[in-house]
Write a protein that binds this ligand. Sequence first.
Ligand code: CP
Length: 307
Amino acid sequence: MANPLYQKHVISISDFTRSELELVIDTAVKLKSQPQPELLKQKVVASCFFEASTRTRLSFETAVHRLGGSVIGFSDSGSTSLAKKGETLSDSVRIISSYSDAFVMRHPQEGAARLAAEFSSVPVINAGDGSNQHPTQTLLDLFTIYETQGTLQGLTVAFVGDLKYGRTVHSLTQALSLFGCKFYFIAPQALAMPEYLCDELKEKGINFEFRDSMEEIMDELDILYMTRVQKERFDETEYMHVASRYVLTPQVLENAKDSLKVLHPLPRIDEITVEVDDTPYAYYFEQAENGVYARQALLALVLNETL
Ligand code: CP
């Protein structure tokens, strides 16, 4: 029987049903414990990054190589005909998709992945479009939460930092809202969760609250999801007003449950001190490693009719 993700574009996490998310997580669990070096044999994946990346690009490329496939693409669009000769994004997508079986793309503009899907002859996987969505980060976040808590159902999760521009927060709250989780949002006013997302959560009857500090809710949390202030989306003066407002130290974690895990999509700047790395709560480096398994699972499902 064909799996429901076969040949599907992956543009927004809200395109996934709960059972599709569970399918990706189950597949990632299997691939982490039982490597399958031939699942993408003879498949070519285009990896096209129009915006900087370390984890997303390299974990996608590692995922493809470890499943026996090969990668074409670029990490700096400055050398492409789009940048040098004025070729349109839509023409570039038509061409690159004709050379590949799947098209992974990161782009600084919101909506670029959705546009690419209109012109691509193969599935497009959004690796981040501006401050909009980062669905594959959410898949690895869900996998990591499941790995550490044994469930996704009914957890209490706090999101801290830049909730306005933090696309990983937008995608993850949408996904966790399918699992009956409770949310706390902690951010400077200028970086608050966008109103349209709060309205969406209200419509779905999701329990969420705004708080001013991490300490006041620390003892309730299963997951503390830290984010960095997205400097590249501000001018310098505006950035100085909001940077370094919430910093996680071992002292802030004093009343945490033993099972609490601190996650962060990374890179971090100064919002988690290095002393936290040595506490049993820190799980952000394992989270980044899980990007390989979650992206292996997604690519395997998108490119294999039966799995
Ligand atoms: N988490 C994440 O998207 O990291 P990169 O920007 O390094 O890909």
